[in-house]
Design a protein around this ligand. Structure first.
Ligand SMILES: Cc1cc2nc3c(=O)[nH]c(=O)nc-3n(C[C@H](O)[C@H](O)[C@H](O)COP(=O)(O)OP(=O)(O)OC[C@H]3O[C@@H](n4cnc5c(N)ncnc54)[C@H](O)[C@@H]3O)c2cc1C
Length: 359
């Protein structure tokens, strides 16, 4: 029998199903969950409808971008506004330097850098401008490179936490080549900080997250409708394990896998109660803050055309790699925004956990 079985009805599974059916194959999609779409899910919070699971294409993780690219739909892609990030530190929330790439500062002596790393570490960072150009260029990890050029202080207090919060990876898990053009520019400019300046001037988009107008759930809806026209059955409540019974009948089995993402709390707040001084891209968890949260995104400010249309509301997304409750999310926002008033400003919340992906 000429049949392809796709395991998983998330975006990856639906796109694989579409590609195969367009190539003339008979396709079935199986999912253990009771609804299709997996981590793409929309919800209504305090009268606002928005996606509360997968939301944006991440420049550091191109898997979802590839899937969207192959979806056959033409989603409106909306790059985030180039807003300033903040860093939560044990002594308070501080602005990240204007010019940086994943926390690697272009100007170690900028006031914002000094406030985060201290004067001594900042001066050590200045050695980058005068040390031999090739030093660190053979480093196998980004951590090794940044330590060699900028010293341990800047690496530990600034770059490592920002990399962790922005990419989900430890600094020593990344290669210098993960930042497009960095090593090449460093050798050309004989300096890491000058390479960072150049990358920012080129606006290589290292900071931009890209949202999908209408949210990824609209893509799921469109794909489901298209698959329906081709008569592709989406069999819910069916585990991959049952494949052992059907495998002999199928030409091939395409397996997609859910990737644990922890928990995500989406909060809708009364905008007038959110301190204007802390607006920007959002707040990243710094070194030793002890919070169960990796970052808080200020959706209204990152994508005003999608999430900022009602100026009386502020939409925040609190992302954690582990368990999280709505109360914890609110408490962290209040702490990081340095505003007890945030508690009273919350008009509604939705907590998306790994369990919601596979209900
Ligand atoms: C809450 C959340 C938010 C996220 N946000 C983002 C984001 O903003 N940006 C980003 O790039 N990535 C994000 N991710 C990662 C995200 O999972 C992927 O980017 C993308 O959505 C993955 O699509 P997928 O189809 O591969 O997997 P999923 O959407 O996770 O779908 C996998 C499907 O496989 C099914 N399945 C698993 N095991 C079996 C089995 N044994 N038998 C049958 N079916 C099975 C599951 O039920 C699920 O429906 C997020 C993930 C989660 C959980």
């Amino acid at each position: 029998m000429n049949e392809v079985i796709v395991v998983g009805s998330g975006l990856a599974g639906l796109v694989a199903a579409r590609q195969n059916v367009l190539q003339g194959r008979t396709v079935r999609v199986l999912d253990t969950a009771s609804r299709a779409g997996a981590s793409a899910l929309s919800a209504q919070i305090a009268g606002v409808t928005l996606d509360v699971g997968t939301l944006y294409l991440d420049p550091f993780d191109t898997a979802l971008a590839d899937v969207v690219d192959r979806s056959g739909q033409s989603p409106g892609l909306v790059p985030s506004e180039p807003k300033r990030w903040w860093l939560a530190t044990p002594t308070g929330t501080l602005p990240l330097p204007e010019m940086h790439v994943v926390g690697v500062p272009a100007a170690p002596l900028a006031a914002e850098t000094i406030a985060i790393v201290g004067r001594r570490a900042a001066w050590r960072g200045m050695l980058d401008a005068v040390m031999p150009g090739p030093r660190g260029s053979k480093a196998s990890t980004l951590g090794e490179l940044v330590r060699a050029r900028l010293g341990v202080g800047i690496t530990d207090s600034l770059v490592a936490p920002v990399v962790r919060a922005l990419t989900g990876s430890a600094l020593d898990e990344l290669s210098p080549t993960d930042i497009d053009g960095l090593r090449h520019l460093m050798l050309q400019q004989n300096s890491l900080t000058r390479a960072v300046t150049q990358l920012r001037l080129d606006d290589a988009g290292h900071h931009r997250l890209t949202a999908i107008a209408g949210g990824p759930s609209t893509l799921v809806t469109a794909l489901l409708a298209e698959l329906d026209t081709y008569g592709v059955p989406i069999e819910l409540g069916v585990d991959r394990e049952s494949l052992d019974m059907v495998r002999d009948d199928a030409d091939s089995v395409i397996e997609t896998h859910d990737r644990p993402r922890g928990a995500i709390a989406t909060l809708v707040l009364d905008g007038s109660q959110v301190p204007a001084g802390r607006r920007g891209a959002g707040v990243l968890a710094g070194h030793s803050t002890g919070a169960p949260v990796r970052r808080v995104l200020d959706l209204s400010s990152l994508w005003p055309s999608l999430y900022g249309q009602d100026p009386s509301l502020t939409l925040l997304r609190v992302e954690s790699d582990s368990e999280l409750t709505v109360d914890e999310a609110i408490e962290i926002v209040a702490r990081w925004w340095d505003s007890a008033g945030v508690n009273a400003a919350v008009k509604g919340a939705y907590l998306m956990r790994d369990d919601d992906v596979n209900p």
